[in-house]
Design a protein. Structure first.
Length: 281
């Protein structure tokens, strides 16, 4: 009579249970989508050995197939290495471009106000800093979404950098008398108001960026950039009309976002009400 050794039988069941252990203890990073998976163990081995990964520490199963805390042998620097990987993910190219924009803000202000704020050479340098900030604004978000580099830092810092460079330029221009204060108030008031509105209705959904909103951002950047430069003649006239178009787009798209927020809120309330009625029925 041929029999199966108890250790082998139990080892087989332990080998079957190893993947479940590994899945429950796997380290998953939503940004890098990397998951640590334990290697499978053939059932034909007389003494099955399973591996489970938990917090960067391997656990070796006993001959009965059951792993215990006493069997866990920590790997030196396991947690430290995992933390280093997570921290390194913040220093990606998209976030570096956002940081560059933040650093450019004080530099832009210094160049803009140098020598009283009316020197054409300093204004040209200020325009270069503003242009670099606006160009990086076009690329960092696209890079983050395309290559899965979206981080919590980027979600917070990116809009701050956008508002900071545009707000600094508008306030400098108005303080120098190149741009009426009401234009600065309308543009900044709209930007801050829509940002606050997005937070208020986020429980019901996300207001997507419209084509009008993107056109508004582009027009604002071109108009403010033209005002930063010391232009004269027909170019000075042209920048006036470009800024007028930017102000109109700012107001129109702002009202459209308000409309979307109202519709989104009503839909969210209606869906919650329907769900409650269905639950009570």
């Amino acid at each position: 009579m041929t029999g199966v050794p108890a250790s082998a039988a139990n080892g087989s069941s332990g080998a079957q249970g190893a993947p479940a252990s590994a899945a429950s203890g796997a380290l998953s990073d939503p940004e890098s989508e990397s998951v640590s998976v334990s290697p499978s163990v053939p059932e034909s081995l007389p003494e099955a050995v399973a591996y489970a990964v938990s917090d960067g520490k391997p656990a070796v199963a006993s001959e009965t197939g059951a792993s215990s805390e006493a069997d866990v042998k920590p790997v030196r620097g396991g947690k430290l290495a995992a933390a280093a990987v997570n921290e390194a993910s913040v220093w990606n190219i998209a976030n570096l471009l956002t940081m560059l924009r933040l650093v450019l803000v004080p530099g832009f202000v210094a160049l803009m106000l140098a020598d009283g704020g009316y020197d054409p050479a300093w204004r040209a340098f200020a325009w270069a800093a503003f242009a670099i900030a606006m160009i990086t604004d076009l690329f960092d978000g696209h890079i983050a979404r395309t290559y899965d580099l979206v981080t919590d830092f980027g979600k917070i810092a990116d809009p701050i950098a956008d508002k900071a460079i545009m707000g600094a330029a508008l306030i400098c221009l108005s303080s120098l008398g190149d741009l009426p204060w009401w234009v600065t108030i309308v543009i900044l008031g709209r930007e801050l108001g829509i940002t606050l509105l997005r937070f208020l209705v986020i429980r019901y959904g996300v207001i997507p960026a419209s084509r009008g909103g993107k056109l508004k951002t582009l027009t604002q950047g071109v108009a403010v950039g033209m005002y930063v430069l010391a232009l004269t003649g027909w170019l000075a006239t042209l920048r006036f009309w470009v800024m007028a178009a930017a102000v109109v787009l700012t107001v129109v798209t702002g009202l459209d976002y308000v409309r979307q927020a109202i519709v989104l809120r009503r839909q969210g309330i209606a869906e919650r009400k329907a769900a409650l009625e269905e639950a009570e029925a």
